[in-house]
Write a protein that binds this ligand. Structure first.
Ligand SMILES: *[C@@H]1O[C@H](CO)[C@@H](O)[C@H](O)[C@H]1NC(C)=O
Length: 341
């Protein structure tokens, strides 16, 4: 064995720390929250993304319509796909923007349910940990944001995934300051562990429906388009584990795209306030079922056999519906599943 001099010993040691840590760090189970379905074994929720602007850019109008639809569907919870607070997340867990953009906006009785949220890139530009702080629940008990976690009912498991650390541009050519304190830079170990934990949880899932939620798109024809890192790292994992829907925000629009290699559907709800009118790449891609570049939100109703997905605009008008059934055939194909009304 070659003798190592002092310098190479130090180099070896640094190398081991930099690249070895991920292997020694045993993967942990993702935090799991339970949310029982209704007595009739159904469950419904709204999905909103990219919203916190103190009511501006029609945020309050979208909130009003969510209240109406939330009541009609008797929703169980709301999912936020991230970019919860503009422009730069929260400054701390005492930031008044929390109440100004959340508590004072989503005031309808039907929306007084748990809000399960992930962080978006704008949230990482502030104090990312502030949004995870239990102190926020003292101000508004609805709020529940963690980095990556699972909401589990017997009917559906929702896998919330912290996608911002996947995006290499945020590290390589940062235009903004990001709060990487708990992610580290580079984020290799963080991502490796997250994917390991997620794979373990997905493999063990016995729920009828599997839904994954992240801020960034896997597929999108909006401004940002497909996310290269998620297509290569996350998509195969979701496909292999028969995830039914991947839901995200980031592009300020509403979209429904079908995966070309599996029955999975991509649902985008990132239109909670400022929308990007006309900012679209290739509208006539054959996997695209629906694209809307204005403001709005989405609802999902689940039973043991059916999923009913509806997109609404800022006036509550229904823009698009999609229904999926688990009963048609044991082997699901896109053609058998998709019935767009
Ligand atoms: C608010 O919504 C209306 C109706 O869609 C739209 O015409 C208007 O441009 C929106 N305002 C803003 C600030 O986005």
């Amino acid at each position: 064995m070659a003798r190592l001099n002092g310098n190479s010993m130090i180099m070896w040691f640094l190398f081991a720390i930099m690249f070895g840590l991920g292997n020694f760090h045993a993967s942990a189970e993702l935090q799991r929250l339970t949310h029982a379905p209704k007595n009739d074994d159904s469950l419904s929720f709204l999905v909103l993304g990219d919203w916190g602007r103190k009511g501006d850019y029609n945020q309050s109008d979208v909130a009003y319509q969510m209240g109406y639809v939330g009541k009609k569907l008797n929703i169980d919870f709301v999912i936020s796909t991230g970019d919860n607070f503009y422009d730069n997340g929260l400054t701390s867990d005492r930031d008044p923007n929390f109440e100004e953009s959340f508590s004072k906006i989503y005031t309808a009785k039907s929306l007084q349910k748990p809000w399960y949220a992930v962080l978006g890139n704008h949230d990482y530009r502030g104090d990312a940990a502030a949004q995870l702080s239990p102190f926020l629940r003292q101000i508004d008990s609805r709020w529940l944001c963690l980095r990556s976690y699972i909401v589990d009912s017997e009917l559906v498991e929702v896998f919330f995934i912290d996608t911002t650390p996947f995006i290499q541009d945020y590290f390589i050519s940062p235009e903004h300051d990001y709060d990487w304190r708990e992610v580290n830079n580079p984020p290799k170990a963080y991502i490796t562990n997250l994917l390991k934990d997620l794979a373990m949880a997905l493999r063990g899932s016995k729920a009828k429906w599997k839904i994954a939620v992240g801020h960034h798109a896997i597929r999108s024809i909006g401004h940002h388009g497909d996310t290269r890192e998620l297509v290569s790292l996350l998509l195969p994992l979701l496909q292999a584990n028969k995830v039914d829907f991947y839901i995200n925000g980031h592009d300020h629009c509403l979209e429904h795209i079908s995966d070309t290699a599996s029955p999975m559907q991509f649902l985008i709800s990132g239109a909670g306030s400022k929308a990007w009118r006309g900012d679209v790449q290739k509208r006539n891609r054959e996997d695209v079922n629906f694209f809307y570049d204005g403001q709005g939100f989405m609802s999902v109703q689940l039973t043991q056999t059916d999923a009913n997905i509806v997109f609404y605009d800022v006036n509550g008008k229904v823009l698009h519906r999609a229904m999926y059934s688990k009963e048609l055939h044991s082997v699901r194909t896109k053609e058998q599943l998709l019935s767009i009304i």
